[in-house]
Each structure stands twice: as structure tokens, then as C-alpha cells.
Design a protein around this ligand. Structure first.
Ligand code: NDP
Length: 251
């Protein structure tokens, strides 16, 4: 199962002419999604914390002959609203529009009972997983509005839809992300061409998954590359009528 219809397949140039921004593009799911979007014709802006990882993704994209990506080294754990306003202003001087925004960067935080959760780590998880997504979306709305049919995707999780013990701030940040998605989708439905959805990737073999489930055999889970069509669909015009939905890549 996936979030796209059974008979849907991306055309080679499915995202041609689109400019997309992917957060957490240096590793894991974000890396695979950014490369796949570029391979299908998109100009991709790679936002992430570790510049060397973004440069490696840049090199991988350029090596395929895909449109040259942009690199935006940014620590979402430290960034504030003013800095993101400045980024949006800079982007609006070089881009006529932004067609897609994939909020993918997140941290797991501590897997501990709420009773033992450190307040500092709680705030850090909320800053990266939720507050940065809010601020980035808000500051980029004017550029998204200029696209004929822009798509915003928030990355969710199973524990952001059903609460589970010991998932702490991470789970709560994902519940809040679902709330942000619903409120924004409802607000924009009647007033813009921007659609807003959330996507739960399901179990994927990445560094985060291996940290969350150290006893698991990593190769039992799908790789990020196996699942990229879900994001390609949500960034493509084929999903133009989907708005306000909590979607799943594997369930
Ligand atoms: P990874 O840990 O493999 O990758 C996370 C990415 O986010 C990395 O590129 C990381 O950058 C970046 N990132 C983390 N903190 C910051 C920050 N402060 N500023 C900028 N970038 C940051 O995770 P996954 O690929 O597994 O997860 C991607 C998304 O999918 C997340 O939202 C996660 O919650 C969600 N998800 C994943 C599941 C899974 O099984 N893998 C299951 C359900 C949801 P760097 O490498 O430089 O630290």
C-alpha cells in the first residue's frame, strides 16, 4: 500500500519546471526524496544541518544530469523567525515561485517516560520537529502562493496518530504536526492553490529507525529509495485534489 493510486507511476519528467524545498535533505528519507525529485526534473533546494552531507547529495544529483540543486545549510534547532524571514526574502529574489515544501527533518529525542523527560530536550524536539516547520511554512507562504498548485507535506509518524508509551516529545511533536497540517489545509482550501497534507512513512531503514529500534534487523524494513514514489506523487500535479489528508506510505 502507498498514498498514490495503484496504477500511478511517475513520468520521467513528472516534476519538471517545479522548484521544491526539502528539509533534512542530507540523510535518510530526505536524501532519497530529494534525489528522486531531482531525477524527475525538479530543481531541489536542499536544507539540512550538516553541510558536508548536503554537498554529497548535491554531487549525487549533479552526477545524474538532473537540474542543479541549491544548498541551504541551516540548523533548525537554532534558527529563529527572523533568520527564516531573511531566507525567504533571499529566495524570493532568485525564485519566481516555490512549488513544494517537504518538511522532513526531525529528531527522535529520548525514548523515556514523560516523568523522566528532560525539559531541555522536550523543547529541542518541539523546536526542530514542530516550531521550525511552522516558521518555515509561514515565511515561505508568499512564494508558495505564486505557484499554480503548490504542495506542502509534513512528515508524520504512527506515534503521531495513536499515542504510545515512551515516545514522549517526539510523539507529541508529530500529533501537533498533524494539527498544524489540518488547520493550515482548512485555512488555505478556500483562499489559495496550496494543498497541505501529512505523510507517515512507516518503518524505513534509516539512522533514526535504527536508533529507535536497536533490536530490529535493519534490512527487514524498506529502504528510503523503495518509498520515494509517495513523495513524488504528493509533489506532482496528480495529487492536486488531495488536501488536509493524513496519508501513509505503507499502510
Ligand atoms: P534520519 O535521522 O535518518 O534523518 C533526519 C534528517 O533530518 C537528517 O538529514 C538530519 O540532518 C536532519 N535534521 C535533524 N535535525 C536537524 C536540524 N536541527 N536541522 C536541520 N536538519 C536536521 O531520519 P529519517 O530519514 O528516518 O526520518 C525522516 C522523517 O521521517 C522524520 O520526520 C521522521 O520523524 C519520519 N519518520 C521516519 C520513520 C522511519 O522509520 N525512519 C518512521 C516514521 C516517521 P543530519 O544528518 O545533518 O543530522
Amino acid at each position: 500500500m502507498s498514498c498514490y493510486p495503484a496504477n500511478w507511476q511517475p513520468a520521467a519528467d513528472e516534476l519538471s519546471g517545479k522548484t521544491l524545498l526539502v528539509t533534512g535533505a542530507g540523510d535518510g528519507i530526505g536524501r532519497a526524496v530529494a534525489i528522486a525529485c531531482a531525477e524527475h526534473g525538479a530543481e531541489v533546494l536542499l536544507l539540512g544541518r550538516t553541510e558536508s552531507k548536503l554537498e554529497a547529495v548535491y554531487d549525487a544529483i549533479v552526477a545524474t544530469g538532473a537540474p542543479e540543486p541549491g544548498i541551504i545549510p541551516t540548523d533548525l534547532g537554532r534558527v529563529n523567525h527572523d533568520a527564516l524571514c531573511a531566507l525567504a526574502s533571499e529566495l524570493s529574489q532568485s525564485l519566481p515561485k516555490l512549488d513544494g515544501l517537504i518538511h522532513n527533518a526531525s529528531i527522535l529525542g529520548d525514548r523515556k517516560p514523560i516523568a523522566q523527560t528532560s525539559a531541555a530536550l522536550w523543547h529541542e524536539v518541539m523546536q526542530i520537529n514542530l516550531n521550525a516547520s511552522f516558521m518555515l511554512t509561514q515565511t515561505l507562504l508568499p512564494l508558495l502562493t505564486k505557484a499554480p498548485a503548490a504542495s506542502v507535506v509534513f512528515t508524520s509518524s504512527g506515534v503521531g496518530r495513536v499515542g504510545r508509551a515512551y515516545w514522549g516529545a517526539y510523539a507529541v511533536s508529530k500529533f501537533a504536526t498533524e494539527g498544524l497540517m489540518q488547520v493550515l489545509a482548512d485555512e488555505l482550501a478556500g483562499t489559495s492553490q496550496i494543498r497541505v497534507n501529512s505523510l507517515n512513512p512507516g518503518a524505513v531503514n534509516t539512522a533514526m529507525r535504527r536508533m529507535a529500534y536497536p533490536g530490529e534487523q535493519p534490512s527487514n524494513n524498506l529502504s528510503p529509495e523503495d518509498l520515494v514514489d509517495n513523495w513524488l506523487f504528493l509533489m506532482s500535479d496528480a495529487s492536486a485534489n488531495i488536501n488536509g489528508q493524513a496519508l501513509s506510505a505503507q499502510a
